[in-house]
Design a protein around this ligand. Structure first.
Ligand code: HEC
Ligand code: HEC
Ligand code: HEC
Ligand code: HEC
Ligand code: HEC
Length: 480
């Protein structure tokens, strides 16, 4: 048998194949225990184990028969006869040998393929392997309410066809990263994002009745005392209730009706036309009256049916503005309110930071240290520890939100929930989207929320409710 094997495989190409398969096989055996570890090791070991190892293994498997075929082809062309075919016992032993090795190869092969596929769907592969490119999204993700939800749950979702689509577009992305042809920043909205129905709604039941959600938000002033003010209200999230659809989710997410719109810019921020089909099928067309678009612009604009993402476009990649980041860090005590003018100075330091991330972080520290050194030397002495942790918190806000290598800075990615910092709901609810019969998309403040206090330093409603310590501001939405 050995003789036949040597004859069959007695060529350089097949020998290389045998060496590759054996090496990959031994390596696989060696790494076998780590396949059961749900947390992949370091990214580079992961790439080696889940991508390079299968590649070597299958390359080897293909080289073996290819070598034999090429070798025989050459011999025939040179007029030589092929090798003597084995007979009798020899043939039986050879067949058993091939059967056993094939079964082994199928086991190893399917296992490494399974490993590779699972690995490519892991948060680590998506978030860390192209470190610079994904750094903004991966960083914001880690701070978000979805930090335990895998990237693929929102970006790919269940089912084979999206899996294949994602692997095809993924290959393009790998090439773009290799040759540095990727766009900076990564453009948003994601053009081929799967409909929210098939991703978000796997976990969130859209018609669930949330009712009115109570919220308290703390803001700090730019005065010496960093005076805190509170905004308190009820957000009318609604949903499907006994009385029918109610509130924000009621009409937008739980209703049988639907809303289509045309956006004339690529970030979906300019919406000159909205087409509303109510639950009974009645269609109303609203056109912007203060910024009407030409028919040609409407034709070429993006036509889209509204879903979760049109409001919740930052459920996970939440990028803050300096003021928001500071209000949050101050409300949860990372930055002491006792440091005079800390809000104002930190905003200036964050907005003025220059250079790459390390330089900018160092610059923020220098700027704040210099400020307290020259203006409040006694504070620098008496509150040294508080100042130190405040500086660290301000640096963290910068590092969470600004990524010069990807050209991501304050406000690069608009957030569509709300209307204070970006157009958001007011892209349509601005009171200037009217139908032919003069109805408008409602703009009344109480359509969406009942404000119980707006920026008050001592709101009566909180005293009445006995809330002495308002909850810290949350990372994601307004409700906490
Ligand atoms: C809870 C769902 C969710 C999870 C989990 C999630 N994303 Fe996203 N991602 C989104 C949404 C929604 C958008 C924006 C879609 C839009 O505006 O079209 C987005 C956008 C992006 C973008 C485009 C740039 C941008 O910021 O708009 C990238 C890149 C991205 N995500 C990468 C990732 C990576 C990497 C992970 C895992 C570490 C991840 N995402 C996890 C929902 C999610
Ligand atoms: C795999 C399940 C899963 C998927 C898919 C998912 N979510 Fe979530 N989502 C959660 C969980 C769990 C929470 C609660 C997190 C917590 O309270 O800590 C949550 C919380 C939220 C919240 C409340 C955030 C806050 O600030 O408290 C919003 C809004 C939300 N999700 C929107 C979305 C949207 C939009 C999508 C689709 C792009 C989506 N989710 C996809 C599981 C999921
Ligand atoms: C693409 C346009 C568009 C955007 C963006 C949009 N809406 Fe709407 N919204 C509509 C239309 C159209 C209606 C139906 C108006 C009508 O009843 O005639 C509506 C209705 C509503 C209603 C029900 C009003 C009522 O009379 O009961 C609420 C509440 C609401 N929207 C909240 C929001 C919130 C909150 C946001 C932002 C997070 C938002 N909408 C963003 C188009 C939009
Ligand atoms: C179409 C719905 C809608 C309408 C109409 C609307 N708002 Fe809002 N508003 C929102 C949403 C949603 C948020 C929450 C944004 C967030 O989560 O940060 C918000 C947030 C706010 C906040 C910020 C709270 C804070 O401290 O961060 C203020 C203030 C506010 N609205 C005032 C108004 C006023 C005044 C009007 C009337 C002119 C109005 N809103 C009309 C939906 C609406
Ligand atoms: C018209 C805009 C709009 C649409 C469309 C929309 N939402 Fe919301 N959603 C809101 C607002 C506003 C809030 C209140 C929280 C805030 O201000 O951040 C909210 C709150 C939530 C919450 C947290 C509230 C709770 O029940 O605890 C979840 C989860 C959520 N939305 C999921 C979804 C999902 C899933 C979809 C798609 C089926 C969706 N939303 C569609 C505007 C919208």
């Amino acid at each position: 048998m050995v003789k036949t094997l040597i004859q069959l495989g007695g060529n350089v190409i097949s020998l290389i194949g045998v060496v590759l398969v054996t090496t990959a096989g031994v390596l696989w055996l060696f790494l076998l225990p780590s396949y059961w570890n749900p947390h992949f090791g370091s990214t580079y070991i992961g790439i080696l184990q889940y991508l390079a190892l299968p590649a070597v293994f299958f390359a080897g498997l293909m080289l073996m028969p290819a070598g034999v075929w090429i070798h025989n082809f050459r011999r025939r062309r040179a007029g030589q006869r092929g090798p003597e075919l084995p007979r009798g016992n020899e043939l039986r032993r050879l067949a058993t040998f091939f059967l056993v090795t094939s079964v082994l190869n199928v086991i190893i092969g399917s296992h490494v393929v399974y490993g590779a596929v699972t690995y490519m769907d892991s948060v680590q592969f998506c978030g860390e392997s192209c470190h610079t490119v994904m750094q903004p999204e991966y960083t914001s993700y880690q701070y978000s309410p979805h930090a335990r939800v895998e990237c693929v749950e929102c970006h790919i979702g269940p089912g084979a066809s999206w899996f294949v689509k994602s692997k095809i577009s993924g290959s393009g992305q790998v090439l773009a990263v290799t040759f540095h042809t990727y766009p900076t920043p990564i453009p948003t909205p994601v053009a081929s994002l799967r409909p929210a129905r098939e991703t978000c709604e796997q976990c969130h039941w859209p018609s669930r009745f949330s009712g009115d959600l109570f919220f308290v938000r703390t803001h700090y002033g730019d005065d010496e005392k960093n005076t805190a003010t509170y905004t308190v209200g009820l957000m009318k999230v609604g949903g499907l209730a006994r009385g029918g659809i109610m509130g924000i989710h009621g009409l937008h997410a739980a209703s049988k009706g639907h809303i289509e719109y045309i956006a004339t810019d690529d970030k979906r921020q300019v919406i000159p036309r909205v087409i509303y089909t109510d639950p009974n099928g009645k269609v109303t067309v609203f056109n912007s009256t203060d910024a009407p678009a030409t028919e040609a612009a409407l034709q070429t604009g993006e036509h889209r049916t509204m879903d979760c993402i049109d409001c919740h476009n930052r459920p996970t990649h939440v990028f803050q503005l300096p003021e928001q980041g500071l209000d949050q860090a101050m409300s949860n005590g990372q930055i002491s309110q006792q440091l005079p003018f800390v809000k104002k100075e930190a905003v200036l330091a964050l907005k003025g930071a220059q250079g790459d991330r390390d330089t900018a972080a160092a610059g923020i520290a220098t700027k704040l240290e210099n400020y307290y050194h020259s203006t409040y030397p006694q504070v620098e002495q008496s509150q040294a520890a508080a100042l130190k942790s405040a500086i660290k918190a301000v640096q963290t806000i910068y590092l969470r939100n600004v990524f010069p290598a990807m050209k991501v800075t304050w406000g690069t990615y608009p957030n569509n929930i709300g209307h204070m910092d970006f157009p958001g709901c007011f892209r349509c609810h601005d009171g200037n989207h009217a139908s032919a019969s003069g109805e408008t998309i409602p703009n009344d403040c109480s359509t969406c929320h009942d404000m119980l206090a707006v920026d008050e330093s001592n709101p009566k409603i909180l005293t009445d409710l006995g809330v002495t310590q308002p909850p810290p501001n949350a990372t994601g939405g307004l409700v906490n």
